[in-house]
Design a binder for this molecule. Structure first.
Ligand code: CP
Length: 327
């Protein structure tokens, strides 16, 4: 397996063409096959990546660490509260130093207005690929796994009706990066995307404009609505998930009046019944069970959340194999 995109940063899928994304997906499928066949996959033997986390993670951290081990390399987990970044060391100095110790740098930094700028600053100075493990704007690892999963369970993505739906949650004020990534990516694969949310949970206007352009160029569409029932109706895939009101309100408070007024935005069995009979339920996880979604739905036959989460491993490995190579 050749590192075809050796050195290319993975900060947003907007920087990757459909052809390049298709290469990543093909590599993901092959790595998944090899994982199940228990074949050795030491494509990154003796390679090291540094995994910087400003926030908590279950899937992202472990798919990267396990993935690197399975590829014959090593992932160094870095809790950034224990790094000199917490004393103000710059992104530039951090990127230059870590580049000289290994073969890849990955970071999760979801602070609003900061995370993506931090990753871009590291990428400007790193001599190894910088991978985004989720920032305030993008979650490309999740987007890639979501696309792989949809391609596995549906015969075609062309004019597939996919609804990204805001849902009520109380666990924490979540970034907008998952719905934003999906809204930009799915129309590029010809999907008919509905984005539904209550007033106050808008995505940035540039995202809507770009998503519409992506749709026009690839035969998909984007519809925006404040009507959740309309989003469920006749959908092939529903992705009800919470995100924070960051665009209009930068406070990190979890519960506020707007959130409390929208408790009824929940994925229920009744709403699922509005969708196509073969509808799939997706969620990047972690889910706020019984707030975002009824247990009967997330644990029910339409749910493909565990397949979606597993694909985080195969896609993360593909990104690393394709971008990290011999120095
Ligand atoms: N979906 C996702 O990124 O999960 P984690 O926050 O657990 O990494």
């Amino acid at each position: 397996m050749k590192p075809k995109y050796k050195g290319k940063h993975f900060i947003t899928l907007e920087d990757w063409t459909n052809e390049e994304i298709n290469d990543l997906l093909e590599t993901s499928r092959e790595l998944k096959r090899q994982f199940y066949a228990n074949e050795p996959t030491e494509y990154l033997k003796n390679k090291t990546a540094f995994l910087m986390f400003f926030e908590q993670s279950t899937r992202t951290r472990n798919s990267m660490e396990a993935g690197l081990a399975q590829l014959g390399g090593h992932g160094t987990f870095l809790d950034t509260s224990t790094m000199q970044i917490s004393h103000g060391e710059s992104a530039k100095d951090t990127a230059v130093i870590l580049s000289s110790y290994g073969h890849g740098i990955a970071a999760r930094n979801c602070f609003w207005g900061i995370g993506n700028r931090f990753l871009r600053e590291m990428a400007n100075h790193a001599s190894v690929p910088v991978m985004n493990l989720q920032c305030d704007l993008y979650h490309p690892m999740q987007g890639l796994a979501d696309l792989m999963t949809i391609q596995e369970v549906k015969t075609t993505t062309k004019n597939l009706k996919v609804s990204i739906i805001w849902a009520y949650a109380e666990s924490h004020k979540k970034p907008i990066s998952v719905p934003l990534t999906q809204a930009l990516l799915f129309p590029r694969y010809g999907m008919d995307v509905t984005l539904a949310y209550p007033e106050g949970y808008e995505l940035p206007e540039w995202v809507i404009e770009k998503a519409k352009k992506n749709a026009e160029a690839n035969g998909g569409s984007l519809r925006v609505t404040n009507d959740q029932e309309a989003a469920y109706k006749d959908a092939d895939v529903v992705i009800p998930k919470n995100w924070g009101s960051w665009v209009s309100n930068q406070s990190s408070d979890v519960i506020d009046d707007i959130l409390s007024a929208n408790r009824h935005w929940k994925c229920t069995g009744d709403r699922m019944a509005l969708a196509k009979p073969e509808v799939s339920y997706m969620h990047a996880l972690p889910a706020d069970r019984e707030n975002e979604v009824e247990n009967a739905v997330i644990d029910g036959p339409a749910s493909i959340v565990y397949q979606e989460a597993e694909n985080r491993l195969h896609t993360a490995k593909a990104v690393m194999v394709m971008t990290m190579g011999d120095k």
